[in-house]
Design a protein around this ligand. Structure first.
Ligand code: PLP
Length: 384
């Protein structure tokens, strides 16, 4: 049967009907009064979502473009940066920083483990000459389903005083509490196809006053992603270049839906989806890849032993039209990942777990009690 596709990957994420309808409208002029009004509302609501008074700028890029803007606007060649890496996206930060000629020192942890906050404290405390210009981490490491302790790492950055805190929040924003102003996070990068519930194509960067100070003396070349241009035009509810107007209209619809649900409820829903998924997977005797204490509310990674990850994904897609994500790099074929980010409800988890049980049965997996996964998920939903 066609047209019943269910995306359970960590981006692109499912798109609500209200947003699809907003997308289907004729494009309007990006210099029109009508579009300015939309920009004004979207800008306010983006600040609400980020819990900040800082600028939150809208770029026509994927999430990686937002990350790049977060580097080139605030740093200069040769600047020393501390990069946390415990997965594919942390590696991307390190590679990108090196590509721009920064002096990169990485703090690594094994894939599936969170970054050790003490190592950040030690490195920052040892830097009495204040040479470290930025600490750069991934909040929710999508490749492994691990949530890093941004709050603690940021506290050490604040004690250091000089370094900027630059964060990839692509799969944490809109899924878990990230109070940008309360914590004082300088630069936060995110992307539309994750927690925002709209298709790929927009990137977002929030910029603190301290980061704007650094912007004034930063010497890396910048043009299309020069955030100064975006901040100037944003003040007039406009854009330096032609934005994807349809996506901005879709964003307006999505942010209204998020406001109607409320931040607390959005975070609670993601916690519930995460807990139900993790309990269900364990009830089916499938090992979870990361520890409970550092579980991302956006995505759950599973490392099955007596059954192949890629076979599970293939049957889930073929028989039930549910897309799950595979492992990346060294973990290709070793893990599979269930996305539960954005427009995802309790019902979606029950459907996915039910299909997973049927898939495991079809693959001859014998280490489970039929129905145990659904029962575990239902138990979580009944409690919360
Ligand atoms: C999806 C994602 C990105 C951005 O990837 P793009 O393909 O450039 O949109 C960056 N960081 C994390 C943690 C992600 O999950």
């Amino acid at each position: 049967m066609d047209d019943k596709h269910m995306l359970m990957i960590p981006g692109p994420t499912p798109v609500p009907e209200k947003v699809l309808l907003a997308l289907s409208k004729h494009p309007i002029g990006h210099r029109s009064g009508e579009f300015s009004q939309i920009m004004a509302e979207v800008t306010q609501n983006l600040k609400w979502l980020h819990q900040t008074q800082n600028d939150v700028l809208v770029l026509t890029v994927s999430g990686t473009g937002a990350m790049e803007a977060g580097i080139i606007n605030f740093l200069s060649p040769g600047d020393r940066v501390l990069v946390g890496s415990n997965g594919k996206f942390g590696d991307r930060w390190a590679a990108m920083s090196a590509a721009f000629g920064l002096e990169v020192e990485t703090i690594t942890a094994d894939w599936g483990k969170p970054l050790d906050t003490e190592q950040f404290r030690e490195k920052l405390a040892a830097d009495t000459e204040k040479n470290i210009k930025a600490v750069i981490i991934t909040h929710s490491e999508t490749s492994t389903g691990v949530l890093n302790d941004l709050e603690t790492i940021n506290r050490h950055v604040k004690e250091h005083g000089e370094a900027l805190m630059i964060v990839d929040a692509v799969t944490s924003l809109g899924a878990v509490n990230l109070p940008v102003d309360e914590w004082g996070i300088d630069v936060v990068a995110s992307g539309s196809q994750k927690g925002y519930m709209i298709p790929p194509g927009l990137g977002f960067v929030s910029v603190s006053p301290k980061a704007w100070e650094a912007y004034k003396t930063a010497k890396l070349p910048r043009f299309y992603l020069d955030l100064g241009k975006y901040s100037k035009t944003a003040a007039k509810n406009s854009n330096p270049f032609t934005p994807p107007v349809n996506l901005v209209v879709a964003l307006q619809a999505a942010l209204r839906m998020m406001q109607a649900e409320g931040l607390e409820s959005i975070f609670a829903r993601h916690q519930r989806l995460m807990r139900a998924t993790r309990e269900a997977v364990q009830a089916l005797s499938l090992p979870l890849f990361g520890p409970d204490e550092a579980a991302s509310p956006a995505i759950t990674a599973v490392a099955p032993v007596s059954v192949e990850s890629e076979q599970i994904r293939a049957v889930m897609k073929k028989r039930f039209d549910i897309s799950l994500a595979g492992g990346q790099d060294d973990y290709k074929g070793k893990i599979f990942r269930i996305g539960h980010l954005g427009f995802v409800s309790d019902r979606d988890i029950l459907a996915a777990i039910g299909a997973l049980e049927a898939t495991l049965r079809e693959l001859g997996y014998e280490s489970m009690t039929p129905g145990a996964g659904i029962a575990a998920a239902a138990r979580v939903f009944a409690q919360s």
